[in-house]
Each structure stands twice: as structure tokens, then as C-alpha cells.
Design a protein around this ligand. Sequence first.
Ligand SMILES: NC(=O)N[C@@H](CC(=O)O)C(=O)O
Ligand SMILES: [Zn+2]
Ligand SMILES: [Zn+2]
Length: 425
Amino acid sequence: MDKLIQGVQMVSESGELIIGDVGITRNVISEIGTELDAGNAKIINGNGLFLSPGFIDVHVHLRQPGGEHKETIESGTHAAAKGGYTTICPMPNTRPVPDTIENLTLVNDLIAKNALIRVLPYASITIRQAGKERANLAELKENGAFAFTDDGVGVQEAGMMYEAMQDAAKIDMAVVAHCEDNSLIYGGALHEGTKNKELGLPGIPSIAESVHIARDILLAEAAGAHYHVCHVSTKESVRVIRDGKKAGVRVTAEVSPHHLLLSENDITKDDADWKMNPPLRGQDDLDALRAGLLDGTLDFIATDHAPHTAEEKAVGMKTAPFGITGLETAFPLLYTNFVKEGIWTMKQLIDWMTSKPAEVFNLPYGKLEVGAEADLVLIDLNKEQKIDRSTFVSQGKNTPFDGWDCFGWPVMTIYGGKVVWEDGK
Ligand SMILES: NC(=O)N[C@@H](CC(=O)O)C(=O)O
Ligand SMILES: [Zn+2]
Ligand SMILES: [Zn+2]
């Protein structure tokens, strides 16, 4: 044994909170028990701390290559490690887009050189994410693509989506969709509801998202593909996904912390740190997302970490780019506002950030068990601190949560048996 985490709180398989020790040998969890013999192992004092499998986020934007002024693989994985994540999947809306072997290899090489944790990159569905020409999905799979998506834009043509799903089904890979019909956006900057009218800004109707999801569920059924929906934001989307699951379609879905915590009513002024795609919707949408997560319609939580520079965000809601950061705030926000409030159990939150995304994408991570990869995060549930964007290690400081008082801050992240981030170091 190389490391022994002693006297730490964990969630058992049945959901109870238990106290125990966890031994790590090289990159693997080698023992779990009580009063384990340390031998020569380095002791990590887990007293008063909570231990979780390292978090998994299948939806992040690391911006490199091409967007290094917003984020890099190094700064983004640093932010992820600080947030307790050990596996993240970056979206392909970079320049170049990973749409060929050559372009995906470029991304893989950058990851090998710069990543602090496991980074499993998406490849695109279409060349340059332009929606016109299908990428060679089989070739991209062979070269390490995690799954396929054109996140950032919707695939506009049903025929293109259908053929991509047929290709993906043949190689048992998921098609992951940003659902947005461009003919229904109307130049919108926030939800078509009450706030956009108050602020005199164009709105994005809910149907821009839900229509695509309904279409794609029928396409996935016909193609026999695994179809995964990104950042679900409307009650109609939840309904059609629920119906799709009931009908036996292989549809899965994610929801973001901000869509679970905020609605358009929380926006008080024209401030682009509150601008993201999809936008914050109505209170009834927020309620439907929470219910959908609880009943399994929505499978897990993903942040959609989308860093932009302060200059880009300073120009107001109408023209600033969409997106907010998420990796450094997700757990404290969700723990404080759902678990501490008695709305979710700790097991539910941990599962939605670890084992559930792993199950959906067949990843062998996200479980605290003997033989598993030693990807772990130690969390101080009693540590109370305000979210302060100036302390973010992400280059992106764009968050609507600045100043929120939170408990449950990660203090140490272990990836493959190695400490990759420690509070204060
Ligand atoms: N979510 C966002 O608001 N922005 C994302 C794109 C995306 O996820 O669609 C980005 O790349 O900035
Ligand atoms: Zn998207
Ligand atoms: Zn995204």
C-alpha cells in the first residue's frame, strides 16, 4: 500500500454514511475497511472529511486548440481538479474542430502534454460542425473519440442526424446533441418569457430546444442508436425524454447545476454573466428539471463549463457570447442547496456526478470499490466559504454565482493514485 486515507466518511452502496479507511496501491484502490494496517504507506488524515469517487463531467469546454485566450487544457483541467473532477470530456467547438484523424490527433497530443486529469475528447458529428458533411465516425472512434457531438450548434437537418445515428449505432457509440433549431431562435439572448420583455431583449422560445429533442428521439428509435441530450432546460424537453424512455428508445440526458438552481426570475439586469445557452427558463421549467432528475428522466449532472473572457462578456447580453463556468462551483452549490437542505440524499448527488455518467457512457470509473482506479476527492463538508470568482484557477471568471455562500469544498483530489490538487498548495 502506498497511501492510506484514514477515518474518512463515505457513502455505502445502500446509501448510509459510514466511516472507514481507504488504501491505495499505485493507481488502484487496494483496500477499504476499518483500522487498516498502514505499514509504510503515507497516511492521509481523513478525519472530518468526506470521500467520493472523483467527479465525472461529460460536458466541458476547454477551448484549446484555438481559444487559448478563454481557457487551455492546463487551466481547465486545473479548475476541474480543484472542483473534485478526475474525468472530463471536452466539446469539439475548437479551432480546428476534431473532425478528422489529423485534427483529433492534434487534440490528443495537447491532452497528453497538458492535462492534469483524465480528458476524453469528443469528436464532431459533421465537418467543421457546419452540419453539411458527415465526419468519418468509425475512423474517429479508432483514434480515441469519446462520443460524437456538434455541441455549440444543433444539427439542423433531420437527414444528417439520422445518418450520423446510423453510423454511430454500427460502432456502438453515442450521438450527443446540443438541441437547437436555428429557425426558432429569433436572435434571442435569453428565454422568451417575462425577463426578456422587461429588459427589452429578444427571447429564445422553449420550442427551439424541445422540437429538436422530439425529432431526435424518433430518429434514434429508427436508427437504433444511443442518443444523449445535452443541457436540458425546458419542461417540454423533460416530457418528451420521459415519453421516449417509456417507449424503449435509448435516450439519456444531462442537466446543468445552473438550470437546477436558477430561473429567468433571478436575472436582475442586462449582465452577460447570466447569459448561457440554453438560457435560464421559467420557474415551471426549473421545477420540471428537478422532478425529471429525481424520477430518472434526466440521468446525471454535467456543468457545461463554458469560459469566456471578461472583455467578451462586458458588452451586454444581446451580443456577448453564451456560456458560464462551472467546474469550480458545481459540488459546493449542489451540496449546499440540495443535500444540506434535505432535498437530495448525499448518495443521489454523488451518483449523479460519478457512477451515473459512467454507466451511461460505459466508463470504468466513478465507483469507490476495491480494484477501481484510485480517482478520489476529499471534501470538507463543514467548510463554509463564499464563491469568489477572483480565486478561480479557470481563466473564465464568468459566473452568476459570485458571492454565493457554500459548504462542501474539495480539499484534495487524487487521480490515478496521485495527488493532483490540494487546497492551499
Ligand atoms: N453553453 C453555452 O452557453 N456555451 C457553449 C456552447 C454550448 O454548450 O452550446 C460555449 O462553447 O461557450
Ligand atoms: Zn450546447
Ligand atoms: Zn456546451
